[in-house]
Design a protein around this ligand. Structure first.
Ligand code: PEP
Ligand code: MN
Length: 370
């Protein structure tokens, strides 16, 4: 897969990472220009603003449309910072191309729709315009990857991905759960692709942005997209999460950009190798133990079948789970981790035993006794 060069050459802040910033929505000429000037002082590499805003309910502010594109290009002329806009359909993409916007992005509500993504891909086919793809609102890695593939098939090479969190029915701390593992999985599928994090839409409030931004850098993200507005309290969309440029500057000054690696001969690398060797041997034990555990589940399944017993034995399961939780707590291990792992193991045991009850002794894919 060709790797993107456009996003890698964007200007970096002194700490050594790329910042994409700007208001949620371009609201008027002055707001765009004043915000862009404030961000120029921070070393922002790409200026963002929405001209078309997909809103949850009708009647809300849906963006200023094409006129906003001229404010963006004026901001570029004054600050020298390239500009990016969200496109939610082919018409938006065509208008952005006509206005000579530098970069496009596809928002979370559009990434979920393969037909719309395809139409956008057709609209920009052959133009070479760089494009960023936010994760879909729902936690489905393949939908995110599929959107990126549609753009690649339309000849786009400069593609970046943005993790903006997932809409979950949770009472978690954040507006959108980051579910970092999905971004880590995306990286594995698309190793050369620049990956940004959008802490504004994850946190949903100003006071959570620094924490999420630092977590993203700790996870080796290539940069951050952060919403900034010269008068955030008066913003017509996402007011609670937008930062004044000077407040964004204070956050950026405290960010720590970590190094990917150190000299292979260093004491640090030597110690890492030792610790990882120990981890490898424990991991091997874990896998062997799981295989042994499933072999025992299979034997229990045979007994249940022969004696017409239910697969689920509620009191036994409560006992297993309670014991795992108590042991985890005693050993200073996060009890939720123990619970999650045991639920997975139990589900696998159930699956194996269901097959035994259905198919008799030759349940497919039952593990052999190691
Ligand atoms: C935005 O960037 O302002 C936006 C609408 O984001 P998302 O698609 O992540 O909701
Ligand atoms: Mn927004």
């Amino acid at each position: 897969m060709p790797t993107s060069s456009y996003f890698q050459q964007l200007k970096k802040i002194p700490a050594g990472t790329t910042i994409i910033a700007g208001p949620c929505s371009a609201e008027d000429h002055d707001q765009v220009l004043v915000t862009a000037r404030g961000l120029q002082r921070l070393g922002v590499g790409l200026f963002r603003a929405g001209a078309w805003k997909p809103r949850t309910r009708p009647g809300a502010f849906e963006g200023c449309g094409e006129i906003a594109l001229s404010w963006l290009t004026e901001a570029r002329q004054i600050t020298g910072i390239p500009v990016a806009v969200e496109v939610a359909n082919a018409r938006h993409a065509e208008a952005a191309l006509r206005a000579q916007i530098d970069v496009l992005w596809i928002g979370a509500r559009t990434t979920v729709n393969p037909f719309t993504v395809q139409e956008i891909a057709e609209a920009i086919r052959g133009t070479g315009i760089p494009i960023m793809v936010k994760n879909p609102v729902n936690p489905e890695l393949m939908l995110w990857i599929g959107a990126i593939e549609r753009l690649q098939e339309a000849g786009c090479h400069d593609i970046a991905a943005i993790l903006r969190g997932f809409s979950c029915l949770s009472t978690g701390r954040w507006r959108n759960e980051p579910l970092w593992q999905i971004a880590i999985d995306l990286r594995q599928h698309l190793p050369g692709m620049p990956l940004f994090c959008d802490p504004s839409h994850i946190a949903g409030r100003r006071d959570g942005i620094a924490e999420i931004a630092q977590e993203a850098l700790n996870l080796d993200f290539d940069g951050l997209m952060i919403e900034a507005h010269c008068r955030p309290d008066q913003a017509v969309s996402d007011a609670a999460q937008q930062l004044r440029p000077e407040d964004l500057g204070a956050i950026l000054a405290k960010l720590v950009v970590r190094q990917r690696t150190t000299d292979p001969g260093s004491a640090c690398q030597q110690r890492l190798r030792e610790l990882r060797t120990e981890i490898d041997s424990l991991d091997a034990t874990l896998v062997t133990t799981m295989a042994r555990r499933m072999a025992l589940s299979r034997a229990i399944g045979d007994l249940k079948r022969a004696n017409n017993l239910t697969v689920l034995q509620r009191s036994r399961w409560e006992q297993v789970l309670g014991h795992a939780r108590a042991e985890a707590e005693r050993l200073g291990l996060n009890a939720r981790l123990a619970e999650d792992v045991f639920k997975l193991l139990h589900q696998e045991s159930i699956d194996i035993q269901q097959k035994i009850l259905k198919n008799g002794g030759d349940a497919p894919q039952s593990p052999r006794r190691p």
